[in-house]
Design a protein around this ligand. Sequence first.
Ligand SMILES: Nc1ncnc2c1ncn2[C@@H]1O[C@H](COP(=O)(O)OP(=O)(O)OP(=O)(O)O)[C@@H](O)[C@H]1O
Length: 313
Amino acid sequence: MSEQTTHDTGIEVLPDTSDHDLIALEATGAKGEVLLEVDHVTLRFGGVVALDDVHFEIRRGEILGLIGPNGAGKTTCFNAMTGVYTPTEGTIRFKGQEISGQKSHKINQLGIARTFQNIRLFPEMSALENVMVGCDARHKTSVLGALFRAYRVRPSEEELPASGIRRSFAKVFGISRHTLEERAGRRRSMELLRFVGISDRAHELARNLPYGYQRRLEIARALATEPELICLDEPAAGFNPAEKEDLMGLIRRIRDLGHTVLVIEHDMKLVLGVTDRIVVLEFGQKIAEGSPEQVARDPKVIAAYLGEPDDAA
Ligand SMILES: Nc1ncnc2c1ncn2[C@@H]1O[C@H](COP(=O)(O)OP(=O)(O)OP(=O)(O)O)[C@@H](O)[C@H]1O
């Protein structure tokens, strides 16, 4: 791992995070196939039509940007996809299965994780513990199994204690599945912290971490649930240009690990620079969809979102 560095400007730059031992997500489908489908979704809050017959697809392996002016319906769309709201009309399918109306934790188990515009961490837990909570969601041991260490399994050579009576005991009686899962979760959580570039403060309370670290910690925690689709809600909010540059690299590396990425972002440079495709909303309706180049040239997008045509360049 390289050391944390500082630009001449005094801007803190996080270390290169490409050096990690994370194993890529096991592929459960072909790259490019439809992973999630927002199928003609309308969502009303009383008289407000937050989403109006919105239809688009997210393909496996891509980085899709969801953009639009304030109040366009982006967050509502995220919330509908992650079980916070149920569409008034239309449906949402993930890997062909209808997920609209399902509970958030169930949708997470199916393989969708998200971060929030306003960071939501466990402030009194350490960075590492926050990520371990995400890993726990993948554990097989039940609460009773964990309490009574009910299931014991034969450990591999690396999983055995180094020496002494504990090693002999573990060889004869095995190790509880809960203990092994906990150790594996701790190892993986540390790798995830390294992956997002904040392992140097793994043991600090989340509430004491600098803002940029907290944002990355949210991403690490979401990744800990091993999502096939990770949804990032304004991940660059409050970042300086150097941090935005780092974030673009991180988003690409998340995709390279096998995750599909959906990103809501206001920063056009970041969106145009990192996404494969972009969907544009305005007043709850989809007004454009295409490659960053196509979207940046689209007169409707320029008028609605980018302001003057010069801004789109
Ligand atoms: N819980 C709610 N109750 C009533 N209206 C809501 C609710 N959530 C969102 N809205 C309205 O729905 C519309 C879409 O809001 P939404 O937050 O999805 O937009 P957005 O594109 O994410 O905006 P921003 O970029 O400002 O976050 C807005 O008019 C908003 O006021």
